[in-house]
Design a protein around this ligand. Sequence first.
Ligand SMILES: C[C@](O)(CO)[C@H](O)COP(=O)(O)OP(=O)(O)OC[C@H]1O[C@@H](n2ccc(N)nc2=O)[C@H](O)[C@@H]1O
Ligand SMILES: Nc1ncnc2c1ncn2[C@@H]1O[C@H](COP(=O)(O)OP(=O)(O)OP(=O)(O)O)[C@@H](O)[C@H]1O
Length: 284
Amino acid sequence: MQLPSPAKLNLFLHITGQRQDGYHELQTLFQFIDLCDTLHFSLNEESDVTISPEIKDLPTQENLVYKAAKLLEPFRKKTTYGVAIRLEKQLPMGGGIGGGSSNAATTLLALNQLWQCQLSLEKLAQLGVQLGADVPVFVMGFSAFAEGVGERLQKVTLPTPYFLLVKPNCHVSTCQIFTDKDLTRDTPPIRISHALKLGGHNDCLNLVRKYNPEVNEAYLWLKNHGDVKLTGTGACLFLTFNNAHDAEQVRATIPEKWQAWVCRGCNVSPTHDVLNQWIEKNKG
Ligand SMILES: C[C@](O)(CO)[C@H](O)COP(=O)(O)OP(=O)(O)OC[C@H]1O[C@@H](n2ccc(N)nc2=O)[C@H](O)[C@@H]1O
Ligand SMILES: Nc1ncnc2c1ncn2[C@@H]1O[C@H](COP(=O)(O)OP(=O)(O)OP(=O)(O)O)[C@@H](O)[C@H]1O
């Protein structure tokens, strides 16, 4: 089985409070984009889970793909179902586009089929939130207005514009931003109707710009071309366009030191599109 594992954007990110355990209550609008890693799954006669190729500075045991497989292992129907997983990475790590969470969700969805675990999407999402706050939305596979730590999801249908996504040359630690004393944590909660009509802002933006000069520089550069947004805790920034041509025109002039992609928003995760075709083909 071969599945795409897409990135997400936080179209806005409001932090509305903090729980006793330190995690933050937030409100966000999640949209998938058609920029994806690809995960290949092959069952074998062994009983273990192997991941290839090795990712620099990421031991296998810490790879969210490995952790997701281990989390699902108790539910597999036969212990002789080992699996070899090959990861074709394209999404930058630590960019705020949720690559690791997406890979984890894709693994849960794939192995739920291949190992015949027969868990519902809701159950997979519940398991997945242990791996990261962004895993549930990738498991459920629809654009969503999210609350709680990102696990309370309401399905929404969003316009599907083109985005110019830019990765400044730095890595932002989600943990560092969320533990900063100056982070705004008291944005008043909004209603979903307000969110869909008027959007919102990203409460992490100013801190991320302050600690990461590269993000600030890219922000100021992109500002000349539209309303720049930060996704998650960064480092990626994005602009929205009505058509691919206009996005490509700006991309062509971006300083070479920054990675940049033109991509499109989608309301259904590409993982689900391909998985549903696989399920249809392998019925009976
Ligand atoms: C910023 C977002 O990407 C928005 O979608 C997510 O909230 C972050 O999701 P994530 O990367 O899956 O985050 P996790 O791996 O669960 O958490 C990383 C660290 O960020 C902090 N964290 C994360 C999510 C949250 N709602 N409150 C937090 O305080 C915690 O200190 C945690 O140790
Ligand atoms: N399969 C994986 N792909 C990417 N990162 C992984 C993976 N497994 C574990 N990680 C770890 O998770 C960290 C965050 O990766 P990820 O790509 O999800 O960041 P992000 O885009 O900032 O996510 P978020 O928006 O959820 O904060 C990485 O720095 C890496 O150490």
